[in-house]
Ligand binder design. Sequence first.
Ligand code: SF4
Length: 373
Amino acid sequence: MPTGAKLLLEKIRELPLPDKVRIMNVCGGHERSISMAGLRTALPANIELIPGPGCPVCICPEEDIYQAIQIAINEEVVLLAFGDMLRVPVNVPKAAIRTLEQAKAAGADIRPIASPTEAVKIASANPEKTVVFFVAGFETTCAPVAAMLAEGIPDNLLLLMSGRLTWPAVAMLLDSDTPAFDALIAPGHVATIMGSEEWRFVVDQHHIPTAIAGFTTESLLAAIYSVLRQLIEHKIFLDNCYTQVVTAKGNNTARKLLHSTLDIVDAPWRGIGIIPQSGLELTAKFAAHNARYRFPVYADEARKKAGTMPPGCDCAKVVLGKIKPNECRLYGESCVPRNPVGPCMVSDEGACRIWWASGIKNGLPTKSMKVPD
Ligand code: SF4
C-alpha cells in the first residue's frame, strides 16, 4: 500500500477505473474532511464520493425534537442538549416555537452541553430541579452516555434517548433495490468503539468493497484506493485503513457498557422511517430515569405523520445518498446555515452545511485540493 496523500492520489489516477464508481461515506467527519480538503476536485471525475447517513442530528426524528421542545416549555425542568440540536426546526406553523433555541428565548431553561459529564454536574448542582438530557447521537455519543449510566447518575437526571446505530442504516440501503453506491468507506470513530468486524456483512453478504478510514486526507485516500483496487481486481475484502485506533472487535469496555445500559430497538429515522434494530433506548433497569415514562407524549400519532422533512427539503434523499446537497432546490437559496430549512443545513455533520461551508455553491465543487507531500 503506498503512503502519503500525494502518492496515493497518483496511484488512484493510474488505476484503470470504470466509467463511474460511487463511493459512499457514512460519517459526517469523513464528509467534512473530504469536502474541506477538496478531494472531489482532485480525484478523477468518474469517482463520485457520496455522503451517506452519518449525521445524527439530521436523522433524529422530528417527533423527538418536538417532544424535547414541549417538555422544555411545559414542564418544570432544565433541558440539556448537544449544541447542534438547538437550531433544528420542527414542522409547526411559523408563529409557533420551532426550535429549542426559540423555546430558550421564550423562557424555557434549556442549556447546551458538550458531554454527558456536564449533564451529571448540572443535575448534581441542582438537586431540587428535574434535569432532562436529550441524547441524540450514534454509537460514539451513546458510549459515553452508557459509561455515565453505569457509574450512576443523580436521581433528578432523566434521559430522553434518541440514540442510533449506524450499520442498520447501511444494511437498509443495501437491502433496497437501488443502493446508491458501489463501495463503502466505513466510519472510523464508530469502528473504534464497535470494531471493524461490524462492517463485515457489507463484504460477505453484499460483495461491496469496504474500507475503514480515519480522518486525515491520507487515510481517506488510502481507503478510496483500497476499495477501487478491490473493485478493479474483483477481490472484495474488509480493509482497515485506520489501524492506529481500530481493531477487529473494537473497545470491549465500551461495548459492554452499551450492552448493559441500552437496549437495541426498532427506531424511526427522520424522513426515512423505521429501521429495525437501529435505536438505542434505556434498559428497564433505568426506567426511573427515562423521560419518555415521566412526561406526557406531546408528539401524538398525527405529529408523527407530520414528522417528515419541512416542505421542499430533500434531506432524506441527501442522507440516503440519492441526491447531492446542491441538487436540493432550496440549497443556498432559502436554505443557508444562518437560516436553515432542514437539519442537514444545521449540524456540523450535515452534508448540506458541510458543502456550503466548503464553498460548494449551486454548481460543481469549487474547492481545489492542496495535496500535502
Ligand atoms: Fe434540506 Fe436545506 Fe439541505 Fe435542501 S439544502 S436538503 S432544504 S437542509
